[in-house]
Write a protein that binds this ligand. Structure first.
Ligand SMILES: NC(=O)C1=CN([C@@H]2O[C@H](COP(=O)(O)OP(=O)(O)OC[C@H]3O[C@@H](n4cnc5c(N)ncnc54)[C@H](O)[C@@H]3O)[C@@H](O)[C@H]2O)C=CC1
Ligand SMILES: CC(C)=CCC[C@@H](C)[C@H]1CC[C@H]2C3=C(CC[C@]12C)[C@@]1(C)CCC(=O)C[C@@H]1CC3
Length: 361
């Protein structure tokens, strides 16, 4: 089967070694309980990897997976999960919506330094970070952006600010002389089954009547990337990361390579779940200033009440500007190609949320 390979020692003896016991086939997924993390675990197992998960929470149980519960800011908690593994995938982060500056700094920046120190101590050979394409986004158009764009000087939010600090830390830790190699994957707009953010937020907005307007002319292209393609990019990166490979210490965009107008994508998810797509247009700058005004108002009211807005300047920027990226570098360096097309990805995603389908009267 796929989990075993024949090894011929000499003509008379043939040993069968499970793929999971071969060097380089054991890994730890930090953040393995999350949306991306769980999909990582599934594909890694399917490819015959031995998989540990390190996470602050346990969201599933699988016989083949060893769980280590703990905070990645705690090196002593991390170390047992890294013993004997050759690859660490770091895809843990507080949710962007948590809006907690202190926590972002502690987990994404200081915690990532701890992950690096723990990897070195445990003699892990490869560290693959899940970064984000948003590290170069400042709220204005990016068309076919390459990895050579400079980091955002004014990141769109504090979460992204700490994703920049984190990525810099991981890439500069690349140290071939000491057998420690690092690389970073920058996905954008990950979606797919079990995503707790994109589809649920969208349907919630539709249910409360907030999905009537298209911000701008609706032509702004954006990358939405199917989770299985993101996972594929991570695993390829780990497998192609070798001393002298072009992956060492570098970041790579992983996208569906099919940028789509933001509002077309939203409409396809909405109609797929039997909701009406938005049809009225509102000028981008009007939406932006309305959202700013709302944010100001909520800040003034904060001593009295705390209300979380759906309509924020950052979201308006995401919904009304171009932000799509080239994945040419990943194609060249690791032979990346998306494995699931956008059409297929949307169909699978819509199908996976029967509970969010609009109840017909
Ligand atoms: N979802 C998206 O569209 C995008 C996500 N990313 C990045 O992908 C990665 C994964 O994101 P998702 O799976 O969407 O997030 P998620 O919130 O579903 O998963 C994150 C996981 O990290 C764990 N975690 C958080 N703090 C921890 C700590 N202190 N110690 C141990 N574990 C901790 C959580 O318990 C959770 O299981 C993150 O690094 C995120 O920044 C990047 C670009 C886009
Ligand atoms: C490509 C990329 C970075 C996607 C981001 C995902 C989320 C940030 C979006 C998922 C649902 C979106 C959404 C809005 C903004 C961006 C999202 C949160 C609005 C709040 C924009 C303003 C509206 O008119 C309502 C939208 C609801 C859905």
């Amino acid at each position: 089967g796929t989990c075993a390979r024949l090894v011929c020692k000499d003509k008379s003896s043939i040993a069968v070694i499970p793929v999971s016991l071969q060097a380089g086939r054991s890994c730890t997924v930090i953040g393995g309980s999350g949306f991306l993390g769980q999909h990582m675990v599934e594909q890694l197992l399917a490819k015959g990897y031995r998989v540990n998960v390190f996470d602050i929470q346990q969201s599933f149980e699988r016989e083949q997976v060893t769980f280590y519960l703990g905070d990645l800011c705690d090196k002593e908690a991390l170390l047992p999960a890294l013993q004997g593994v050759s690859v660490v995938f770091h895809c843990a982060s507080p949710a962007p919506s948590s809006d907690n500056r202190e926590l972002f700094y502690k987990v994404n920046f200081l915690g990532t330094k701890t992950v690096i120190a723990a990897c070195r101590e445990a003699r892990v050979q490869k560290l693959v970070l899940t970064s984000s394409a948003s590290v170069v986004f400042e709220g204005t158009d990016i068309k076919n952006g390459s990895e050579d764009l400079p980091y955002a000087q004014k990141p769109i939010d504090y979460y992204t600010e700490t994703k920049i600090l984190q990525e810099k830390e991981v890439l500069s830790a690349n140290d071939p002389d000491n057998d420690f190699l690092t690389t970073a994957i920058r996905p954008h707009g990950i979606f797919g089954p079990r995503d707790p953010q994109l589809v649920p937020i969208l349907i919630q907005a539709a249910q409360s009547g907030k999905m009537k307007f298209i911000i701008g002319d609706g032509k702004n292209l954006v990358d939405f990337t199917y989770v299985e393609n993101v996972v594929h990019g991570h695993i390829l990166a780990a497998e192609k990361l070798h001393k002298d490979s072009p992956l060492c210490g570098k970041a790579f965009h992983i996208t569906n390579d099919e940028p789509i107008p933001f509002w077309t994508f939203m409409s396809r998810i909405l109609t797929g779940l039997d909701y009406d797509p938005p049809k009225y247009h509102i000028p981008y700058w009007l939406a932006y200033y309305l959202a700013l005004l709302l944010a100001l108002l909520l800040a003034l009211l904060r001593p009295l009440v705390t209300i979380k807005a759906t309509f924020t300047p950052m979201r308006v920027a995401l919904a009304g500007t171009f932000h799509y990226y080239s994945c040419e570098r990943a194609k060249r360096a690791m032979g990346y190609r998306p494995v699931v097309s956008l059409d297929e990805a949307i169909a699978r995603t819509v199908q996976s949320y029967p509970s969010l389908r609009r109840a017909r009267a």
